[in-house]
Ligand binder design. Structure first.
Ligand SMILES: NC(=O)c1ccc[n+]([C@@H]2O[C@H](COP(=O)([O-])OP(=O)(O)OC[C@H]3O[C@@H](n4cnc5c(N)ncnc54)[C@H](OP(=O)(O)O)[C@@H]3O)[C@@H](O)[C@H]2O)c1
Length: 302
């Protein structure tokens, strides 16, 4: 297959390029960077610049690009960039795909479990309603922006991804640090559900969605056994053989990160199940947290 990938330079994108090329597929990145490889397609979502001729003739498109959500404090400017980069980028890409002579068979477009908002212990599947906070609104608009591709007859799947766990980046190395320093512990009440997934399973699931003609619409990408933050903390402490008895009060997190960012990224509770992947027979390499952490950290069980 010939696969076009936006956000190919990111955490998930790099691993996806590697996996596709390993199985013999050809990949072409779409990037804002002027210094990328010659074969890359250049675009500027902010200015609405993308040559439709550059997106014609692919079998599949995977769209991952967007301003980092957890990288910076959520000022109004940063929030606008988070939203705009996704809505403008997705609209530009899908309108371009809709007008080419040879559109792809499938568009897999990133979204996030943030779609569901804060839901306590409720079990969430693709059929559940969306939430009503900032990230829910971002995800809703991000998913809706894929409509031009759907109207053009392209199979569209929006992948509602959970917390991607890998030592290479994202949330996991940041979670790990306090444990390594011996001051690890739960965040806020610890009762909030964390829909985690290993990077390896995230990539396998993206390939599964690309390859599986029967999958479209929202697809949850998270492990089938979500855990509470307290259980995550206990498990990580056990695997690392470090204490995990501390706790960071919600008020402190809100002070450090700001009310909205703390509430929607760390204190939010999302007990998400990957219903469509499970019903389709997708086999997770790491369905359970403890073996997943042991593998990632090179700490075999006793
Ligand atoms: N990692 C997670 O745990 C997680 C969880 C849920 C959802 N997701 C979503 O999945 C997607 C990929 O995640 P990731 O962790 O691989 O992201 P990432 O490492 O932050 O990479 C995102 C890529 O998007 C491009 N980008 C950055 N800012 C942009 C902007 N303002 N406008 C347009 N493009 C921009 C960059 O590519 P260029 O510089 O080459 O243009 C970058 O490599 C993201 O949309 C993310 O929100 C990730």
């Amino acid at each position: 297959m010939k696969v076009l990938i936006t956000g190919a330079s990111g955490l998930i994108g790099q691993a996806l390029v590697h996996a596709l090329e390993k199985r013999g597929d050809e990949t072409v990145p779409v990037t804002r960077s002027a210094s990328a490889a010659d074969r890359a397609v250049r675009w500027d979502p902010q200015r609405g610049e993308l040559d439709p001729g550059d997106v014609s003739g692919y079998d599949a498109v995977v769209h991952l690009a967007g301003e980092g959500i957890g990288d910076k404090r959520w000022t109004e400017t940063h929030k606008a960039r988070v939203l705009d980069s996704r809505v403008r980028g997705t609209t530009l890409l899908t309108e371009s795909l809709a007008e080419v002579d040879r559109p792809p068979a499938v568009l897999v477009s990133a979204s996030a479990v943030g779609f569901y908002g804060h839901r306590d212990d409720e079990v969430l599947t693709e059929q559940s309603e969306g939430g009503d906070d900032f990230l829910s609104d971002v995800c809703r608009q991000w998913e809706e922006a894929t409509q031009p591709a759907r109207d053009a007859g392209i199979r569209v799947a929006t992948i509602r991804t959970g917390l991607v766990m890998t030592p290479e980046g994202g949330i996991f190395p940041r979670t790990l640090l306090p444990f390594r320093l011996g001051v690890g512990g739960r965040l806020g009440p610890g009762s909030q559900w964390w829909p985690w997934i290993t990077l390896q399973d995230e990539i396998a699931a993206i390939l599964y969605v690309v390859d599986n003609d029967g999958l479209s619409g929202p697809v949850n990408l998270s492990a089938p056994n979500p855990v509470t933050n307290a259980e995550f903390t206990r498990t990580l402490a056990r695997v690392l053989r470090r204490p995990g008895v501390f706790s960071v009060p919600s008020a402190a997190l809100r002070l450090i990160l700001g009310e909205e960012m703390a509430s929607e990224l760390l204190l939010v509770s999302q007990r998400v199940l990957p219903r469509k992947l499970l019903d389709g027979g997708f086999a997770f390499a790491e369905p359970r947290l403890e073996p997943a952490l042991r593998n990632m950290l090179g700490k075999p069980g006793a």
